[in-house]
Write a protein that binds this ligand. Structure first.
Ligand SMILES: Cc1ncc(COP(=O)(O)O)c(C=O)c1O
Length: 284
């Protein structure tokens, strides 16, 4: 018969979560129904990929998280070094060496209404989840929704992303491209986008409003001194390209094979970059 006790490892994820400094069985973890992340999406999050028990690019994700926290004037109740220790414990004892790690910070409960003054009890939650099995050949559509405001931050307010992803699924696509208010390609609901023009690697500039993706940054670094352009380009430019791919922490590099029903060319350059990224993550 199994015995419960202090020496028992915390159970396989997502059965245990880290909630404001404590490890709690997920079924017992409680957040108020008045929590502002629940009522307004008033919070931020990060999703990291864990390889071999280590959260990949932790510092880059935490730097983006800190920028978002500063923008929203949120203060994490747990210091950064303790978050990392807790994340490593969740991963180790949860028995998932290759997984997804989610960190969320909510403004917590405050007086009724939008005004955030008086909401002084932020809530941080970390959880680990089995790594998704990414599809490597993606069909995209252009979203009928434009790029939402604050897209340069990873806020908990993802309603437009949810609706755009549902719209894509209803049209038999895997993801949807957001164009910004100027009609320029920005990103998809959950990834940055790249394309090739000859041997030049192109991606929407951060000025389009896209999220400064950690994977995007690492890929631009991996590309080294080869020709590259961060630009503001219309959809036609992407459609006329020599191949396109998406990037995010979960999928790494994923080839795009169709946009709005038009087949996109395949490119061995994309496969090379995909392999270079896998090597970089140490998971190859
Ligand atoms: C809207 C959006 N753009 C881009 C990205 C890629 O970011 P990263 O490479 O940091 O995972 C994500 C990641 O989830 C995202 O949600």
């Amino acid at each position: 018969m199994a015995t419960a006790g202090a020496s028992q490892p915390i159970q396989s994820s997502p059965n245990v979560v880290f909630l404001n400094g404590k490890f709690v069985p997920a079924a017992e973890a409680r957040v108020s129904v008045f929590d502002r992340a629940f009522t307004y999406g008033d919070g931020i999050f990060e999703t990291l990929r864990v390889y071999g028990g280590k959260p990949f690019a932790w510092e880059l994700h935490l730097a983006r998280w800190n920028r978002a926290a500063e923008f929203l004037r949120l203060k994490c109740p747990v210091p950064e070094n303790e978050l990392l220790i807790a994340a490593l414990r969740l991963i180790d004892e949860g028995g998932l060496k290759d997984c997804a790690l989610r960190i969320q910070l909510s403004r917590g409960v405050g007086p009724r209404g939008f005004l955030s003054a008086g909401a002084n009890a932020p809530v941080v939650v970390m959880s680990v989840h089995p790594a998704p099995k990414p599809k490597q050949s993606l069909r995209l559509i252009t979203s009928s929704f434009g790029l939402p405001p604050l897209s340069h931050l990873k806020t908990c307010n993802r309603l437009v992303h949810v609706l755009a992803r549902d719209e894509a699924a209803e049209k038999g696509a895997d993801d949807a491209i957001f164009l910004n208010a100027q009609g320029m390609v920005a990103e998809t609901t959950a990834a940055n986008i790249f394309w090739l023009e000859g041997n030049t690697l192109c991606t929407p500039a951060l000025s389009t409003g896209c999220l400064p993706g950690v994977t995007r940054q690492l890929l631009l670094e991996l590309w080294g001194r080869s020709p590259k352009a961060e630009l503001e380009g219309p959809l036609e430019r992407l459609l006329a390209s020599d191949g396109a791919f998406l990037s995010n922490s979960m999928i790494g590099v994923a080839d795009v094979n169709e946009i709005n029903g038009t087949a996109m060319p395949t490119s061995c350059t994309i496969t090379d970059l995909q392999e270079a990224y896998i090597l970089k993550t140490g998971s190859g």
